[in-house]
Each structure stands twice: as C-alpha cells, then as structure tokens.
Design a protein around this ligand. Structure first.
Ligand SMILES: Cc1cc2nc3c(=O)[nH]c(=O)nc-3n(C[C@H](O)[C@H](O)[C@H](O)COP(=O)(O)OP(=O)(O)OC[C@H]3O[C@@H](n4cnc5c(N)ncnc54)[C@H](O)[C@@H]3O)c2cc1C
Length: 392
C-alpha cells in the first residue's frame, strides 16, 4: 500500500525549487507548487467536507503512466506522503494530502476494441466522457450515476449505478488494470496475471498502487426509460411501499433515492429502467401512481442523457447553502439498506463527513457498527432536520 512507505511528510523547504526542477525535467506532465497561479484550482477536490481543504507541498499532474512511476520513486526518495487522485470525488478527502498529490486527471486516453467488446481507458477519464465515447457506438460500461465522478476511483471502490442489476457493478466489468506499485514497478493485473491483486482492486478501494489504465467489458445499451420522480409524503409511508415494490422489481430497474427531511419530507427518486421498452409502463406503474407524485419527469431517454437529469434533481432539492457558510452541516450522504435497529428506530446505513457525523452524535442517533468502512455507521436521521440520504 502506498501509504505504508510514505508516513513521514518531508518539508521540502529551501530544496523545493531544486526538487521541482529535477522532477519536472523527467516528466511529460507538470509539477505545481504553492504560489503557482494554478495551485489553488489544482488542490481543490469536489467535497463539502472542510477536512479535505489540504495544502499539498506538491501536485504532480501526470500526462502519461511514466509520470506516475517517477512520482512514486520521487516520493520514496523524499519520504513524502502520497495521495492519488483521478476524478477528485472522494468526499472524505482520501485523494488529497499535505505531501505529494499524484493527479491523473489529465490522462484522458480511450481506446475501444469493437472486435472483442472491450475498452481501455486512462485513469483521468470521468463517467460522462466514457459514456460519450461508448454511447456513440450504442455500447456502455456500467458506471455510477454522476457524470463528473472519475472512473478510476469509482471502479476501485466498486461502482454502483443505473445498470447494476442488469450488468453488475463497475468493478464486475473490469477486465484488467495497469498499476504502479509502491516499489515503482508497473504491473498488469487481471484474472490471468497478478490475480490476487486484481481481486483486491475490484472494490477494495484505491491505494494498492497507482492505477494508470483500466480495461472494461462493453454491453449494448441505447434507449432507457427513466429520470426524476418526486413525492411529498411521510418517509415511513413511502419506505413501506418502496420496500415491497423493490423486493419484486426486475433486475433491470435501478433507483437512487434522495430525501429532504423538511416538513413534509420531499423524496426524490432517480430512476433507470434498462429492460424492454414495452415493459416500462407496467413495471413503473406502482411507482408512478403512489402518492400521487408531486412531479413525474420520467420518460424515454438515451442512456447517455440520463445523467443530464441532475439539474432537475438540483432544482427539486432547492438552492445550495449560502456562499461563505463553512460546509453544509445538515447534509448527509448515506447509502445501503434499511433495517430497524434494536430501539425500533428507522435507520439507514451509510457514511457522512466528520461534521455531519458529530451532528448525528449530538442527536444520539449514531450507532457504530463493526465491519462498515471508516466513517460509516448506522444512523437515525434527526427528526425535523433537513437532510439528504442517498440509497443505492
Ligand atoms: C457527487 C457524487 C456522486 C457519486 N455518485 C456515485 C454513484 O452513482 N455510484 C457510486 O458507486 N459512487 C458514487 N459516488 C462515489 C464515488 O464513486 C467515489 O467517491 C469514488 O471513489 C470517486 O472516484 P474519483 O476518481 O472521482 O475520486 P478521487 O477522489 O480521485 O479518488 C477516490 C479514491 O480512489 C483513490 N484513487 C483514485 N484514483 C486512483 C488511481 N488511479 N489509482 C489508485 N487509487 C486511486 C483515491 O486515492 C481515493 O482514495 C459519488 C460521489 C460523489 C461526490
């Protein structure tokens, strides 16, 4: 693991310029230091968690796999903390640190092989970019639901999205990766080569090394039926209906729920039906007649454009927090199943940022559970508070 050799952070101090010059001379990418004009934008990641506002000593923007190899060797030599970033969408800030950030976002190569139904993608590609490339050929890799998420981080963490039931998680469709290991060696991992490493890369999270390229299996996907449908109804009532509805739903139906705990609560379902078009009406009829819905924006769409529905979701969620407010303290990102805990409270599994977690604690609502990832727990949403839950 990368962090095992890079625990100590070295203050480059006066040697910074020399170190930068020496490294820059060996790279095709770019070294960015504090004070450079693009430093502030380069250190930013997509996160409302204030703990992710770090100031790296150096950001290395890779433009080729060799840059990642040199970055690892440099970090070893200087004993720098290393964070690896692709799409920058880790909400807990795992892709930013105070040492060296290896940023693969400029690596955008995509090569499709129509003959064997596979595609090779460099680590800086985002979901919308991969979808645009594959959909031009009527094909798709099962990805997540958000256009800007990086395919590398998504795949390494599993990857749950619109085609989950039909074609599996993103990591189920991974055929191989190129990866720079902590000793600076480049390996290929697949079922046939370095199989144990490949097993770990499929959902084990990042940081087993720096993944520079990923190969996926493609599936034919063109039109789907879906979009946004919203309700204003008590959450318990909705979940009672929803649990029964999803229990018997076909695998081709995927729904992501967002809940605003205002009074009455707003429940927004983002829907994708990827089964036969003729079946869409029958399958979705219970969902479309429950309530009735406050807004029903479901229709036929090219799979590529399903992600464009996010602005509709944003409008239904309401305006973002006012500028200058430190993080959105009443927004929680949660995911998973909906058991009833020992106290009989409705609960959701998931994870949230430190600030939000503290708030849950204050409400006496956090029940830590073993076996869940760091930052996760079993939560009861505080009554009467505004919150957003994401349930895949
Ligand atoms: C708005 C939003 C929507 C989301 N929607 C979905 C969704 O629909 N489905 C879903 O499954 N998830 C979703 N997620 C979660 C998302 O998949 C993860 O946060 C994912 O890790 C982000 O990947 P990234 O490359 O953008 O992030 P980064 O912040 O760049 O990286 C995330 C993690 O992966 C590691 N990593 C990144 N690239 C590499 C690499 N090349 N080699 C080794 N390690 C690497 C990083 O070090 C970090 O630990 C969403 C997140 C956000 C913020």
């Amino acid at each position: 693991m990368l962090r095992q050799f890079s625990r100590r952070s070295l203050l480059l101090g006066a040697g910074t310029l020399r170190a930068q010059t020496a490294l820059q001379g060996k790279l095709t990418g770019k070294v960015i230091l504090p004070g450079d004009t693009d430093y502030e934008s380069a250190r930013r990641i997509f996160s409302f968690n204030p703990r992710t506002a770090r100031r790296p000593q150096m950001i290395l923007r890779c433009s080729a796999a060799d840059d990642a190899v040199r970055a690892v060797r440099f970090a070893r030599e200087k004993q720098l903390d290393v964070a690896v970033r692709s799409g920058g969408h880790d909400l807990l800030g795992a892709s930013i640190c105070d040492g060296l950030v290896v940023d693969l976002s400029p690596m955008k190569g995509i090569r499709m092989n129509r003959e064997d139904g596979s595609i090779r993608v460099e680590a800086g590609v985002r979901a919308a970019e991969l979808n645009a490339a594959t959909q031009a050929a009527g094909l798709a890799v099962p990805l997540g639901c958000h256009p800007a998420v990086g395919v590398a981080g998504l795949t390494l963490g599993g990857g749950l999205g619109w085609l989950l039931g039909k074609h599996g998680a993103t990591c189920d469709n991974l055929l191989g990766t190129d990866i720079v290991m902590a000793d600076g060696k480049m390996l290929h991992a697949s079922v046939a080569e370095n199989a144990d490493l490949f097993w770990a890369l499929r959902g084990g999270g990042g940081n087993f090394g720096i993944v520079t390229a990923l190969e996926y299996r493609l599936h034919p996907v063109s039109q789907v039926f879906g979009g946004v449908i919203a309700y204003r109804t008590p959450i318990d009532k909705f979940l009672h209906f929803y649990g029964a509805f999803m229990k018997d739903a076909p695998a081709e139906l995927a729904i992501e729920l967002n809940m605003l705990l205002n009074d009455p609560p707003t429940i927004i379902a983002m829907v994708c039906w990827s089964g036969a078009a003729a079946e869409a009406e029958r399958v979705l009829q219970p969902l479309r007649s429950f309530g009735p819905p406050e807004k029903d924006l479901l229709d036929t769409a090219a799979y590529l454009h399903l992600m464009d529905r996010f602005p509709q979701l944003g409008r239904l969620l309401g305006p973002p927090p006012p500028p200058g407010r430190k993080g959105p303290p009443d927004i929680y990102w949660l995911g998973g199943s909906l058991p009833t805990d020992r106290c009989g409270h409705r609960t959701v599994y998931g994870h949230c940022t430190g600030r939000a977690a503290r708030k849950f604690h204050r409400h006496g609502a956090l029940h830590a559970r073993r076996g869940l990832p760091r930052g996760s727990g079993c939560y009861r949403a505080p009554a009467g508070r505004r919150a957003i839950c994401l349930l895949h």
